[in-house]
Design a protein around this ligand. Structure first.
Ligand code: ATP
Ligand code: MG
Length: 275
């Protein structure tokens, strides 16, 4: 039985022969009387960067929280490689290989860079010291943290034993992005990863996203920065008032057209590339 037949009915759309890595159908999330998501579909294909754009409050963060177990949707279905999944907590998504950098960064400020990188997956020392005395392999984690950051091209963090609370906002963001890129094995999700970053650091994160994609991992990128989006995205999911107002590509639509759809000045169908 193929993945497609298995999920026929609420099935994820296939684009040609490609099966989405992640597929969501009819996601709904309300907060009391506030509608965060009003029936949103999303597909993420292998090796692509899918950007999500939308005005403040359009439901971007709510959408990715529902996809990554940080929120449980009121309705909707989700499929990974065609198999239905239900994430009840962020750890469920992490166990499925999905690493997320949330808009409100989840770092432990008092811990150092290496400890933050290995948060939740701490390494123990080999043998008796680790298995019985539960001693952490701090030296090993520091060494590998430095190696990981260097490989990812993040050069502004030198001392792995520096507490994260003493880092600049941008450096903290870099640690979070590095962590996701280092440990994500299936999908990387980044909610505004360059919001606090300077020009040089933003470019580094964009390079990192491209590098992750070249490793074959798909990326979901939420950003308000249109030039960034048009530079790295393969497809752009436009979120408006809790719904998806359309999916475009940098080839099919101009930045101005994407923004017009995002703000409701036009609809996807009215744009030249949207027929
Ligand atoms: N925990 C919550 N409690 C109540 N309302 C919420 C909660 N989280 C989100 N909302 C509401 O849901 C809607 C969508 O919010 P969301 O954070 O997803 O927007 P966003 O597109 O990420 O915006 P931004 O660009 O500002 O980050 C908003 O109206 C917001 O006020
Ligand atoms: Mg948000």
């Amino acid at each position: 039985m193929t993945a497609e037949t298995e999920t026929a009915g609420g099935a994820p759309a296939t684009e040609g022969q490609r099966l989405p890595v992640l597929s969501a159908r009819g996601m709904v999330k309300t907060f009391g009387r506030v509608v965060g998501l009003d029936g949103v579909d999303l597909d993420l294909y292998p090796g692509e960067v899918l950007a999500i754009i939308g005005d403040n409050g359009a439901g971007k963060s709510t959408l990715i929280k529902c996809l990554t177990g940080a929120l449980v949707p009121d309705a909707g279905e989700m499929f990974i490689d065609g198999h239905q999944v239900r994430f009840k907590r962020p750890q469920d998504a992490r166990d499925a290989g999905i690493e997320t950098v949330y808009q409100t960064l989840a770092v432990a400020p008092a811990l150092d860079i290496a400890s933050n990188l290995y948060l939740g997956r701490e390494r123990r020392r080999p043998g008796f010291l680790g298995s019985v005395l539960r001693m952490l392999d701090k030296k090993g984690m520091r060494r590998d943290a430095a190696k990981t950051l260097a490989e990812l091209g993040i050069g502004t963090l030198q001392n792995m034993s520096q507490a994260v609370e003493t880092l600049s906002g941008g450096q903290r963001q870099a640690v979070s992005v590095a962590r996701a890129a280092a440990f994500g094995s299936k999908i990387i999700v980044l909610d505004e990863p360059t919001a606090a970053l300077g020009v040089k650091e933003s470019n580094q994160v964009l390079k990192l996203i491209e590098e992750v994609r070249s490793r074959g991992l798909p990326v979901i990128l939420i950003s308000h920065n249109m030039p960034h989006v048009f530079e790295v995205a393969d497809r752009i999911h436009i979120q408006r008032l809790g719904r998806c107002a359309g999916v475009v590509t940098p080839a099919s639509h101009t930045m101005a057209e994407a923004v017009a759809i995002m703000t409701g000045a036009t609809t996807l169908a009215q744009t030249p590339g949207g027929a």
